[in-house]
Write a protein that binds this ligand. Structure first.
Ligand code: NAD
Length: 505
């Protein structure tokens, strides 16, 4: 057994409690890691604060070069990183490699665009402030705490880590207790690629108690990715100290398919969106609303494609085991509940659940109030329901308490964009699924139970900054309103001028 305790994690006393990670496919133990508590986190925070001062003082071009070196080192080590992700999550190596590739794209974008997005900008002045030069600048927050999930253990937290570092912050990262090895490796590669900034990025390991301690540690913002239930708990802790909080939570993404859509392309995308990574994707496809004319044909195509997939271990499997054993029961409850409420199981059904694997399940005519339609399933299950028209599809898609991603398949891009504009989702792909997640310039995030705030893109950089507004007085104004020396008559004249001005439209 390998000890996961590395010089990149916080120093932990030898007698400190530890936990172990296991292969989701075989149950075999992978490694042991310390359970970091408040003291270890305080040490990590102190180091990060020390390192962040120098990091923030660097010219932006130097920070960019450091981050691009880290990106190159991750690309050089792609096989090792992907191997660790595959080992910890059980996902096929090809999927793990794709996760690293997407992460590299985002890191490159954040590194190359931070200076442009965050540089000082002029602001217009007004009638009584013409004597001022006004500007605003985005300053780093300090040290950001990041709490991550296990389903995309690199790509997802790096949406916060990479952007926070690019914006000049330090980071203390608590990965999921199922995937600490990926985080430790990420930090180790950072330290090797970015010498002279030790402690700027630190991984702390552990489960809920470690995350709770990080939320209480005094970080300058906490970026959380995980389930809405946990988000509520962490946000309540952050509220005690008014620590700013960003929540990237679950989804129940809908796909709308219109009568003139390319059904072959739609079926292909729906199957991938619903089943890749065993359905354990926050913005994965869980609900499909197809107009009645094409519903039967779409179902046929989805079933044919999904039925041809191989589930299991190894590189030729379409997807692997459920990463978190506890999620299997949720999937089973949703499938059983849907079928007993009258849904048709077109492929699979309750017998598809064979832990740690779940074979593809395609359901139709699922009652809208069944848990399979209202709760996040987070498994390889898709419900394909018929609707009378696009209006009904939009209404049903928007009826969820989640609002993360969505997709529209229809004959034309412009018509698709018009439907997208009616959806409450934070991101919509037209004629593809999850297209938005691969475009680093596009912000990502949802609302309601899907959380709030945005990662990625310009908003994702600004999310880890505080705006500072600055005025520089260029000359003494004829009417200095911020002085006790102003004669009453001058003040009254100013009010008359303003009133005359603002009475016009
Ligand atoms: P989870 O909520 O169980 O755990 C998330 C993280 O919170 C883990 O690191 C966990 O250790 C930590 N944690 C648990 N209890 C805590 C507490 N009381 N205080 C502080 N930290 C605590 O979620 P998960 O099972 O790891 O991830 C799956 C969920 O994440 C799904 O709902 C999925 O949709 C969501 N997700 C969202 C996005 C997104 O960007 N919107 C991306 C990936 C996953």
């Amino acid at each position: 057994m390998d000890s996961g305790t590395a010089d990149t994690t916080t120093a932990v006393a030898p007698h400190a409690p530890a936990f172990t990670t296991h292969s989701p496919a075989t149950g075999e133990q992978i490694a042991a890691y310390p359970v970091d508590g408040p003291e270890a986190i305080a040490r990590a925070l102190t180091r990060a604060r020390g390192a962040q001062t120098g990091w923030a003082a660097l010219p932006p071009s130097r920070r960019r070069d450091h981050l691009l070196r880290w990106k190159k080192a991750l690309a050089d080590d792609l096989d090792t990183v992907a191997g660790t992700i595959a080992e910890e999550t059980g996902k096929p190596p090809g999927d793990a490699a794709l996760e690293v590739v997407l992460t590299l794209e985002h890191l490159a974008w954040a590194a190359r665009n931070a200076e442009r997005v965050l540089r000082r900008r002029k602001a217009a002045t007004g009638l009584f402030t013409v004597h001022q030069r006004a500007s605003l600048v985005h300053r780093p927050l300090g040290v950001v705490g990041v709490i991550g999930p296990w389903n995309y253990p690199l790509y997802t937290p790096m949406g916060s880590i990479g952007y926070a570092l690019a914006a000049g912050n330090g980071v203390v990262f608590k990965p999921s207790e199922l995937t600490p090895g990926t985080a430790v490796l990420l930090t180790r590669i950072f330290d090797a690629a970015v010498p002279g900034h030790a402690g700027l990025l630190t991984t702390v390991t552990g489960a809920a108690s470690t995350g709770d301690a990080l939320a209480r540690s005094g970080v300058d913002k906490l970026a959380f990715t995980g389930s809405p239930g946990t988000a509520r708990k962490v946000m309540a802790v952050c509220a005690e100290s008014l620590t700013p909080f960003l929540a990237e939570c679950g989804g129940k993404d809908a796909v709308i398919v219109t009568a003139d859509a390319d059904l072959s392309a739609a079926a292909d995308a729906i199957v991938w969106g619903a089943l890749s990574n065993a359905g354990q994707t926050c913005a994965g496809v869980e609900r499909v609303y197809a107009v009645r004319e094409i519903h039967a044909e779409l179902c046929e195509r989805v079933v044919a494609r999904a039925g041809a997939l191989r589930t299991g271990a190894g590189p030729d499997a379409a997807y692997g085991p459920m990463t978190m054993a506890g999620q299997v029961a949720v999937v089973e409850r949703h499938v059983t509940g849907a079928v007993s409420a009258g849904a048709r199981a077109l492929l699979g059904g309750p017998d598809a659940v064979r832990p740690p694997y779940v074979a593809p399940v395609v359901l139709a005519d699922v009652p809208e109030d069944a848990p399979a339609m209202t709760e996040e399933t987070f498994g390889p299950v898709v419900a394909v329901n018929a609707v009378a028209d696009v209006d009904e599809a939009v209404r049903r898609a928007n009826a969820s308490r989640y609002a993360l991603g969505a997709a529209v398949f229809c004959g034309g891009g412009r018509a698709g964009a018009a439907i997208a504009a009616r959806l409450r989702a934070g991101a919509v792909s037209v004629n593809s699924v999850l297209g938005f997640a691969a475009v680093p310039a596009l912000p990502f995030g949802g609302s309601q139970d899907s959380g709030f705030g945005r990662i990625h893109g310009e908003e994702g950089l600004r999310a880890f900054t505080a705006v500072q507004s600055v005025t520089v007085q260029r000359f003494t104004p004829p009417i200095a309103l911020t002085s006790f020396e102003v004669p009453a008559a001058a003040r009254e004249r100013a009010v008359r001028m303003a009133r005359a001005l603002h009475r016009r439209r």
